[in-house]
Design a protein around this ligand. Structure first.
Ligand SMILES: [Zn+2]
Length: 304
């Protein structure tokens, strides 16, 4: 009975509005029953990855990671930003992907590579601040600010900010948006490792209007709140990672009509729908506890 109640609360949590982060599937987990410790406090305090074999455990917004590797703080074509957060950790597939994308970026006029925002914590899991997802080492934030200098000091990487690409609350791109941004996101989306990319609605519509030739990559570019200082890449589970929970693929098609609807709603917000007085009360999504994460996450936490 208690277990059923927990599953119901989890599924209600899906409906809760989370403006900062894209939606991600939730999984029903019945392990670690009764362990009500708040997971973000524990995972937020883990300074190092585990020496386990790499695995994404659970779902993007309800999981953790084993055997994470570090994106080196500086490479020939990238720098990890905000090092004080200690979030430049991910599954090997993600670190490879980010480096590959950075090499492509370096071919673009005005770009020498990419500035990389948050990946995941050393053992993944929920974070004390910021994201709902980024828990399994398969999400990466890429700054919109073109990486020119790649010799930024630690202090500079704390102080420098990315730049916004939007105007009119995200209905349109602004004058800092360039064909290079489109080329970079197109390359990111065209990679078979990519499941989804989240970016503000005006950017998706801009790319819909400008795309020539093959448009299939647009399918993975999803309009979402925020995401005008960076775009967010979500990778598919690595082949053979049985513990990793994929999200259902986006609906078929280029998604351009849907993005235009987002824009229309920004420009002409629909009146709020009156609440049905007979509807059950909305339960806010509670903190993820250890009991709500896959059982293996307890082993990750306790591993040396
Ligand atoms: Zn993100």
């Amino acid at each position: 009975m208690v277990r059923i109640a927990a599953a119901v609360i989890l599924s209600l949590g899906l409906a809760a509005c989370q403006p900062e982060e894209p939606p991600a599937p939730r999984v029903e987990v019945m392990q670690n029953a009764g362990d009500n410790r708040v997971a973000k406090v524990l995972f937020g305090a883990a300074p190092r990855p585990t020496a386990q074999a790499p695995a994404a455990l659970g779902a993007y917004a309800q999981g953790c990671q084993a055997g994470a590797v570090e994106l080196p703080e500086t490479g020939p074509t990238w720098q990890a930003m905000r090092l004080s957060r200690n979030r430049n950790w991910a599954q090997p597939i993600t670190v490879d992907y980010v480096q590959d994308l950075s090499r492509f970026a370096a071919t673009l006029p005005g770009w020498n590579g990419i500035y990389v925002g948050d990946l995941s914590q050393p053992r993944g899991g929920p974070m004390l601040t910021g994201h709902a997802s980024h828990q399994t080492g398969l999400d990466a934030d890429i700054w919109m600010l073109p990486a020119t200098r790649l010799d930024l000091s630690r202090a500079e990487r704390e102080a420098i900010s990315s730049i916004t690409m939007r105007r009119a609350s995200g209905a349109y791109v602004n004058s800092d948006w360039t064909p290079q941004h489109e080329a970079l996101i197109r390359a990111a989306a065209s990679d078979p490792r990519t499941a989804r990319i989240f970016v503000f609605p005006g950017a998706k519509v801009e790319m819909c209007n400008n795309a020539t030739g093959d448009r299939s990559w647009l399918n993975k570019v999803r309009p979402w709140y925020g995401h005008h200082y960076h775009f967010h890449v979500r990778l598919n589970c690595a082949a053979g990672d049985a513990t990793c929970v994929n999200q259902a693929p986006p609906p078929p098609g280029d998604g351009c009509a849907e993005a235009q609807e987002w824009v229309n709603n920004i420009l002409n917000p629909p009146p709020p729908t009156p609440r049905d007085p007979a509807a059950p009360p909305v339960t806010p999504r509670g903190e993820l506890t250890m009991a709500s994460l896959p059982g293996q996450c307890l082993a990750v936490l306790n591993s040396d």
